[in-house]
Design a binder for this molecule. Sequence first.
Ligand SMILES: C[S@@+](CC[C@H](N)C(=O)[O-])C[C@H]1O[C@@H](n2cnc3c(N)ncnc32)[C@H](O)[C@@H]1O
Length: 210
Amino acid sequence: MSGMTLVSDDDIAEKLYRDNYKTIQKYVDILASRGVDWGLIGPREVDRLWERHILNSAALESLIPKGCRVADVGSGAGLPGIPLAILRPDLEMTLVEPMLRRSNFLTESVDELGLGSQVTVVRERAEDADLDVDVVVSRAVAKLVTLVAWTADLIAGSGCLLALKGQSAEDEVAKARKELLRRRLSAEVLLVRADPASEVTRAVRVRRLE
Ligand SMILES: C[S@@+](CC[C@H](N)C(=O)[O-])C[C@H]1O[C@@H](n2cnc3c(N)ncnc32)[C@H](O)[C@@H]1O
């Protein structure tokens, strides 16, 4: 359940995903079965997949312009990239994940979800990836200062890095200050949520200074 309301996270997702609800439901089933079997999702996460993983990922949606090329770096089991790609068929998504088991999981999942024409899996470390995208998204991969160093060169001129950070957002922005200045980048902490009825989280948006 979300907050004090009687609306379940599953209900919120059904409203949010509309015609694509069956696909996101299938992804949740994959996370709860193969994701747990392969050790990518902790067994205790299964009851909170909608809130902590799907809706948390979807919270970035409003910050991504239409028709963008997006890379999810350190995608793991596909978060936040897969929930965003299902929600936004207009996005061209690349999931960047260096670990073999995880990238195999991603390739199988993308195939089973029928997302092959929209989502590409790249088995690479972010800092070695040869990509040119409009937006990089990332969750639970590295401190902001490191993420900025790894991804700044992957992002086209007017693009941005969107990092889901939770409570540590302001602190990480402060610690990345020198690196941001050196690269002529600015960072702001934004409060975001997938739906008015879902949990608020913090995203850091990093963009080039004018
Ligand atoms: C804690 S997991 C988070 C996975 C997913 N983003 C999530 O929120 O559930 C961190 C992931 O970052 C990946 N990773 C570690 N170093 C990386 C690098 N240099 N470039 C890209 N991904 C990396 C790991 O293999 C792992 O899958």
